[in-house]
Design a protein around this ligand. Structure first.
Ligand code: NAD
Length: 278
């Protein structure tokens, strides 16, 4: 059966990103190619990896094995914290591209701002260089707070197209989302299912029952409706397909209100970018 084409989110640089992608954090290197292939067969056209995940080679292998043309797939990878700095960023980019086996990358992200290192602006200058050379199509960041975004723009004049941050119904990031909206920066949700912890939430289970869908599908649909780029992770082909089978139902105003009530000020699962010790 033909898969529906996923919606796109427009970047301020004129390019766009499929709103749904496969995340591969904690996907073992030797299972990554299979997961990527399963995702592409299920209609995904977007994969999110990072140098630190240790599976960029598997992503490249899965892309090539899928038979889907390179131009039809959006690939993101991320610069790890230890490589921040102008020259080391250029070297790390080359290493990632060699592992991926790609000529051009769709999106390169600074993985964390690491404000204590004081290097994210120099790192960003290297990103701007790589984009100017045509080696990466779009450049963005991850785990940046407004103060970090402002510094990039003030010091380089170049605004990230996207910020990938922890975001799920229990940690809705309203202030940051409003900032992104005001500045034309796309919001991408990492750990969109709360690393699986939200799947047993009774309010989400009730919505799943109401719509005849699974809790994971309700949450992915919520992200789509909120305008986030969303990258759920699974290594199981059945779950990968399930997480993309979200375009045959709609959440109503009551459903969205029930999901809004799950937000918690301390709902964060991962590190706080302002205090993370890396
Ligand atoms: P997630 O919220 O996507 O949850 C993944 C877990 O949920 C899986 O391990 C699985 O156990 C479970 N799951 C997935 N689909 C399911 C289904 N249909 N039914 C039942 N269980 C299901 O967690 P994540 O991997 O942390 O986040 C997704 C992606 O976000 C990552 O793979 C990575 O690409 C990205 N990420 C980025 C950062 C960052 O700092 N930029 C940090 C964390 C994650």
């Amino acid at each position: 059966m033909a898969q529906p084409r996923h919606p796109f989110i427009q970047f301020h640089d004129g390019r766009s990103i499929p709103q749904l992608g496969l995340g591969v954090w904690q996907t073992p290197a030797d299972e990554t190619a299979q997961a990527v292939k399963a995702a592409l067969a299920a209609g995904y056209r977007h994969v999110d990896t990072a140098a630190i995940y240790g599976n960029e080679a598997g992503v490249g292998e899965g892309l090539r094995a899928s038979g889907v043309p390179r131009e039809d797939v959006f690939v993101t990878t991320k610069l790890w914290n230890a490589e921040q700095g102008f020259d080391s960023t250029l070297r790390a980019f080359d290493a990632s591209m060699k592992l991926l086996g790609l000529q051009e990358l769709d999106l390169y992200l600074i993985h964390w701002p690491c404000p204590a290192r004081g290097l994210f602006v120099d790192t960003w200058r290297a990103f701007v260089r790589l984009q100017g050379e045509g080696r990466v199509r779009s450049i963005g960041v991850s785990n940046f707070e407004p103060e970090h975004l402002e510094r990039l723009v003030q010091e380089t004049g170049v605004k990230p197209v996207l910020n990938q941050v922890e975001l799920h119904p229990r940690f809705q990031q309203q202030v940051l989302r409003s900032y992104h909206a005001a500045h034309g920066i796309a919001t991408q949700a990492w750990s969109p299912l709360g690393q699986g912890q939200l799947l047993s939430d009774p309010a989400i289970a009730a919505l799943a029952n109401k719509h005849g869908k699974t809790p994971a599908q309700v949450i992915v649909r919520w992200h789509i409706d909120m305008g986030h780029v969303v990258i759920p992770k699974s290594v199981q082909a059945g779950r990968i397909a399930e997480n993309a089978d979200v375009f045959d139902f709609a959440l109503d105003a009551d459903d969205l209100a029930a999901l809004a009530r799950l937000d918690q000020p301390d709902g964060r699962i991962g590190p706080n970018p302002l205090t993370a010790a890396f």
